[in-house]
Write a protein that binds this ligand. Structure first.
Ligand SMILES: [Zn+2]
Length: 76
């Protein structure tokens, strides 16, 4: 009898790669343990996953140049 007794679906823990049970008994899914879950939460809390700030504000300086500032040289 090589058939598995339990039909437990396991997935790969996104944190450590270990097989974690995908089921109601695993409250930490998709993680294998609460430790891996907390590590992932901590990573989000840190600046590890911080989205780089949009630095498009620097482009506004070029927008001022479109304003017609005709510098007319003094003509005598
Ligand atoms: Zn894990």
């Amino acid at each position: 009898m090589s058939r598995q007794n339990k039909a437990v679906k396991t997935i790969k823990c996104p944190q450590c790669g270990a097989p974690s049970i995908w089921g109601p008994e695993n409250s930490n899914r998709p993680f294998c343990s609460d430790r891996c879950r907390l590590i992932d939460l901590g990573a989000w809390a840190n600046e590890e996953y911080q989205i780089p700030a949009d630095k498009s504000e620097d482009d506004y300086s070029t927008g001022l140049d479109t304003e017609e500032q005709q510098f007319t040289p003094l003509r005598h």
